[in-house]
Design a protein around this ligand. Structure first.
Ligand code: DGL
Length: 266
């Protein structure tokens, strides 16, 4: 990996606002870095696009973003994209990449009932990549793949201050909860949008489970790649970009504030 300057620029990319759940963990670990957050809202939701469409969209777009923002590291904070494009990106660009893929290995390792559900977009649960993770790491667990049709859009709506009913969320997550000889005790959050709905998911879950959010592990991986912690070198710069060209509404701006270090908004 090329040498990283004292205050690196980290580009965090998602189809929308879900990548903020990864972004906030990286900021906690590296508050002195410069950040560019890119939401490809012009193409949201990725879960509704075909594999070929996502590759054709994301690979050149990341190239344009690298040319424009010269990041030292790029985080693809999107399972729906990462389960498809990481090899293409690493073959095409020399910048280091960190992806986000379903945390099947730790979930299966920690499940006591050996019954785990993977909650992702319809795209992510169909991927060969995801099936291979199960084949390699299920470790005797019975893994149920649950492709949620609208959960990412509901998370976006909630963050924008629109009402999202408990019933709508309960319907999306219901297939995760299997009862029988063994009952599901672990749910993998395999879409970066879903932790945005954590409070409501906890409220409507039919019984308590461990929800596995890989964001802290992704942040640690970013930290490892960047090397020893940098000293703070002044106010970090944060850019927030929507590919549609829109600027955040006042409601959304308020909702985004907790994801940023206070100094970033100063
Ligand atoms: N945040 C994304 C993920 O982690 C995808 C949501 C979507 O665009 O469908 O999969």
């Amino acid at each position: 990996m090329r040498s990283v300057p004292n205050a690196p620029t980290i580009l965090v990319f998602d189809s929308g606002l879900g990548g903020l759940t990864v972004f906030r963990e990286i900021v906690k670990l590296r508050p002195g870095a410069h950040y560019t957050y890119v939401a490809d809202d012009a193409y949201f939701p990725y879960g509704q696009h075909s594999e070929d469409e996502i590759i054709a969209r994301v690979v050149p777009l990341i190239g344009e973003l690298i040319a424009e923002h010269a990041p030292d590291l790029v985080v693809i904070a999107c399972n729906t994209a990462s389960t498809l494009v990481m090899t293409h990106l690493r073959e095409t660009y020399s910048v280091p990449f960190v992806g986000t893929v379903p945390a099947i290995k730790p979930a299966c390792a920690s499940s006591k009932t050996k019954r785990v559900s993977v909650l992702g977009t319809r795209g992510t649960v169909k991927r060969e990549y995801t099936k291979k993770l199960i084949a390699d790491f299920a470790a005797g667990c019975d893994v149920t793949l649950v492709g949620a049709e609208n959960l990412a859009s509901l998370a976006e709506a909630a963050l924008r201050g629109e009402p999202v009913s408990n019933e709508a969320i309960a319907a999306e997550i219901a297939p995760c909860f299997l009862n029988g000889d063994a009952r599901t005790d672990t749910v993998v959050l395999a879409c970066t949008h879903y932790p945005l709905l954590m409070d409501q998911m906890l409220a409507v879950a039919p019984w308590p489970v461990d929800w596995i959010d890989p964001a802290p592990a992704i942040a640690r991986r970013v930290g490892d790649l960047l090397g020893a912690a940098n000293g703070l070198t002044g106010t970090p710069e944060t850019r927030f970009i929507f590919t549609s060209g829109q600027s955040p509404s006042p409601i959304l701006s308020r909702a985004l504030a907790p994801f940023f270090d206070a100094r970033m908004l100063a």
